[in-house]
Design a protein around this ligand. Structure first.
Ligand code: NAP
Ligand code: ZN
Ligand code: ZN
Length: 347
């Protein structure tokens, strides 16, 4: 077993505390990595606060993991010692079903195995996430990070990045597509960078007026500040694709009105309570309301390579372990610019 230093919440909403635990022996197909940076995703906060239902404690969250390979199992072919690698939102899946075979492991028929707050596939080991200094993972559930990329700026790509890249590709965003990104937080800011790099016309819809300059600097063509639904009125039928990354409960019907005919609004933010949708919001304009969850391993590697090629990384604020509680508060207050990343050497 490998000893690990982590940061855990011992119960629902509890402040973080140093928590030591062990990870499994290195298996034949496993790699052991020294984690360097771990991003803070709003999903970590939803789970610690049990906003998605009962959770497993002690919880070591973290599914935006960037590190360096220290050891490899005897049959590992994908990685070598010293490689920079990333681990995201899941660490396993059934590997047999059609979605798994199609590279859609996140939609595994038997359910993906999350990086934390779940039992691993042995049915007994509690998965512990990336707010820790060492990780052990099967080689097929990690991706290569080119050494030219800074590990702090790359860590958030493992969740925030792929979660926005995947729907942009699925709905074919590109030249001539009018994309709107709702919410300029960790996910949203990656959406702006990718949509811009793909050649789309990008609009940010935010409730924070102070984020305008940053949005434009990231590649947004327009910025709409919405404090009241009437602020959206002038933008009726303006967008082909809307990516909703808002972490809070909002009235989605107001936003559906800004879709063009045949447009699609993709739900990505997951506040935990249902969205009421008026049928009329969809009928008038043959509109679609869709959802999207992270992305598969092959597409995650594609996204990392695309990012390297286009010089895309996350805008991060690197923090020490003792700042994580404060970082949660600031994230919930939409005061994140634009992803907190933990320097795990400070744990
Ligand atoms: P985040 O950094 O906190 O960003 C969320 C943004 O939503 C905020 O920065 C803010 O942007 C906006 N917002 C927050 N409260 C709002 C309110 N009351 N009214 C209007 N806008 C509000 O969170 P994140 O890490 O990007 O995650 C966003 C959501 O996606 C979370 O619910 C998370 O669980 C979910 N998620 C889903 C997936 C998936 O696979 N589908 C993956 C990861 C995360 P402005 O200040 O610009 O308005
Ligand atoms: Zn996440
Ligand atoms: Zn499967």
């Amino acid at each position: 077993m490998t000893k690990v230093r982590g940061l855990a919440a011992l119960s629902k909403g509890a402040p973080f505390t140093r928590f030591d635990f062990e990870r499994r022996e290195l298996g034949e197909h496993d790699v052991l990595l020294d984690i360097v940076f771990a991003g803070i995703c709003h999903s970590d906060i939803h789970q610690i606060r049990e906003e998605w239902g009962p959770a497993l404690f002690p919880m070591v969250p973290g599914h935006e993991i960037a590190g360096i390979v220290r050891e490899i199992g005897s049959s590992v072919t994908k990685f070598s010692v010293g490689d920079h690698i990333g681990v995201g939102v899941f660490i396993d899946s059934c590997r047999q079903c059609q979605p798994c075979k199609d590279g859609l492991e996140q939609y595994c028929d038997q359910g993906m195995t999350g990086t934390y707050n779940t039992l691993e596939r042995d049915g007994k080991t509690v998965a512990m996430g990336g707010y820790s200094n060492v990780f052990v993972v099967n080689e097929n559930y990690a991706v290569t990070i080119p050494k030219s990329m800074p590990l702090d700026g790359v860590a958030p790509l493992l969740c925030a990045g792929i979660t926005l890249y995947s729907p942009l590709k699925h709905w074919k965003a590109g030249k001539g597509t009018r994309v709107a990104v709702m919410g300029l937080g960790g996910l949203g800011h990656m959406g702006v960078k990718f949509a811009h790099a793909l050649g789309a016309h990008v609009t940010v819809i935010s409730h924070s007026p102070g984020k305008r300059d940053a949005a434009l600097a990231m590649g947004a063509d327009e910025f709409i500040c919405v404090k009241d639904p009437k602020d959206l009125k002038p933008f009726a039928r303006s967008f082909d694709l809307i990516l909703n990354t808002v972490s809070a409960q909002i009235d989605i019907n107001d936003y559906l009105a800004t879709l063009s005919i045949d447009g699609t609004l993709v739900v990505i933010g997951l506040p935990g309570a249902p969205y009421p949708v008026h049928a009329g919001s969809l009928l008038d304009g043959r509109k679609s309301l869709a959802g999207s969850m992270i992305g598969g391993i092959a597409q995650t590697q594609e996204m990392i390579n695309f990012s390297a090629e286009h010089g895309i990384v996350s805008d991060v604020e690197v923090i020490a372990a003792d700042y994580v509680d404060k970082a949660y508060e600031r994230t919930v207050a939409s005061d994140v610019k634009y992803r907190f990343v933990i320097d795990v050497s400070t744990i």
